[in-house]
Design a protein around this ligand. Sequence first.
Ligand SMILES: *[C@@H]1O[C@H](CO)[C@@H](O)[C@H](O)[C@H]1NC(C)=O
Ligand SMILES: *[C@@H]1O[C@H](CO)[C@@H](O)[C@H](O)[C@H]1NC(C)=O
Ligand SMILES: *[C@@H]1O[C@H](CO)[C@@H](O)[C@H](O)[C@H]1NC(C)=O
Ligand SMILES: *[C@@H]1O[C@H](CO)[C@@H](O)[C@H](O)[C@H]1NC(C)=O
Ligand SMILES: *[C@@H]1O[C@H](CO)[C@@H](O)[C@H](O)[C@H]1NC(C)=O
Ligand SMILES: *[C@@H]1O[C@H](CO)[C@@H](O)[C@H](O)[C@H]1NC(C)=O
Ligand SMILES: *[C@@H]1O[C@H](CO)[C@@H](O)[C@H](O)[C@H]1NC(C)=O
Length: 428
Amino acid sequence: MLTTATGIVSVLFLSPGAWGEAQPQKVALTSRSITSYSSSSWLKRRGLSPTNVPLQDFFKGTDLQWYGNISVGTPPQVLPVVFDTGSTTLEFASTQCGQPCTNQIQFDTTKSSSFVAGVVNTSLVFGTGGGVDPVVGSNYKITIQSGKDTVEIGGLKADNVDLFLITNQSEPFAIDPYSGIQGMGATAQGLFAALVSQGLPALFGLYITPQSVGGAELTLGGVDNSKFSGNLTYAALPPRSGSTWQLSSPSIAVNGNTTSVLTANRTIIFDSGSSNLFFPKATTEARRIYLDISDIQPNTNEPGAYGIACDRVSSLPAVIDFAFTAQDGSLFNLTVPSSELSVGPFANDPSTCQLLINALEEASIVGGSLFKHYYTAWDIGGQQIGFASLSAKAPAPSSSPHSSGQALRSNWIPLSVVTLLISVVTLL
Ligand SMILES: *[C@@H]1O[C@H](CO)[C@@H](O)[C@H](O)[C@H]1NC(C)=O
Ligand SMILES: *[C@@H]1O[C@H](CO)[C@@H](O)[C@H](O)[C@H]1NC(C)=O
Ligand SMILES: *[C@@H]1O[C@H](CO)[C@@H](O)[C@H](O)[C@H]1NC(C)=O
Ligand SMILES: *[C@@H]1O[C@H](CO)[C@@H](O)[C@H](O)[C@H]1NC(C)=O
Ligand SMILES: *[C@@H]1O[C@H](CO)[C@@H](O)[C@H](O)[C@H]1NC(C)=O
Ligand SMILES: *[C@@H]1O[C@H](CO)[C@@H](O)[C@H](O)[C@H]1NC(C)=O
Ligand SMILES: *[C@@H]1O[C@H](CO)[C@@H](O)[C@H](O)[C@H]1NC(C)=O
């Protein structure tokens, strides 16, 4: 989930350390499995052992986002949140939101003895709501208030974690089955920084699965070896990536074929809070890719969206290979299979299916539709992302039932700490 933000540099200089950015630490890759941590006395001395958090799929005609429980406050109140690699902060519905948050579990600050209210009141507008439920003006907006409280996740606990209460939200958020968002950006902040300072290794693993498979899981402080086979292939984040998980890609191929437009170097953002793929509208990439698949046309009613008759989708080959450079210099592909092409019928035109790729943002973004097909390791300490094939025990995702139900994609583009920092500075 991303929001567009400007003015990052001056803001970061104005407010150094206020957000408690943890210093990345190097951790040996070979000892990063759940199994080796739990069986090693050396590792126990580190303070915290890796932990698994079960995740649930928000499915609405297609797989959208993956969320799991955290507990906030004293005594703890359980709140489901999306784990979003595209943002860095924690925010969730509070009882101050009331009616607009009726469908969400709301945190009640008056029932927590450890809650401390902050001084920041601000709002965030999401740049993309995406898919068949388009962003129009500022229809994806939350109002938030800062605070601190004790947060617990997967049995790990941290005190005085910076967070935001959602005090109002616009209507499109009403359907969300979760209360908020836990940012999982490439710098450890808030909850994750606190856990790392207690000795948790600065990495996490994501096993996100289609609804038909289930059993999705976040591993904090390690990776879950039982979910993948072979070794993880790691690729390094470019220098100065900040909190953005991103990798350089020298080429994209569609159905095994590429073109000069698709062989330009580009930086691709890895955002678990988005389900669609995005390519900048300033360039022709989305259009080019669709022409390589078939005679697919933009949907003139929904900026950035493309569609084709639903009865044609299943017959279209649409294998998209993204090439990346591994730490050893070799190239490897991450592949989005044809089964991901359709995200379901448009609300205003049910015979036409919306397709996976949007031309909307000034950035290239991959999300859940790609991550479902790999085990992913997000290594903050080593500033790299690892990918492995899913293990046979963990069934490979099959095609989701894309053809029924109205798809409603929550392709928000993050809620970056930058936006929040700007707001803080503006307000103070
Ligand atoms: C979150 O906790 C609730 C109980 O408070 C439980 O019903 C639900 O299944 C949990 N969700 C996940 C994803 O573990
Ligand atoms: C922030 O907004 C809340 C209402 O949502 C209000 O109670 C509080 O006083 C405000 N704080 C500041 C510092 O303006
Ligand atoms: C809450 O947000 C909605 C939609 O943005 C807005 O119309 C409404 O006035 C807001 N309510 C409050 C109390 O600010
Ligand atoms: C994984 O890496 C180890 C150590 O580098 C190597 O010995 C092993 O052959 C690799 N396994 C696979 C399946 O590539
Ligand atoms: C990546 O995919 C492209 C297009 O299908 C193919 O030409 C290339 O050989 C693949 N690269 C690797 C390393 O598998
Ligand atoms: C690959 O792309 C080129 C240039 O657009 C086109 O001429 C060629 O037919 C394509 N090949 C396949 C197999 O689609
Ligand atoms: C793409 O980027 C790589 C690494 O920065 C560089 O070596 C390569 O020359 C670039 N290729 C093009 C076509 O710009």
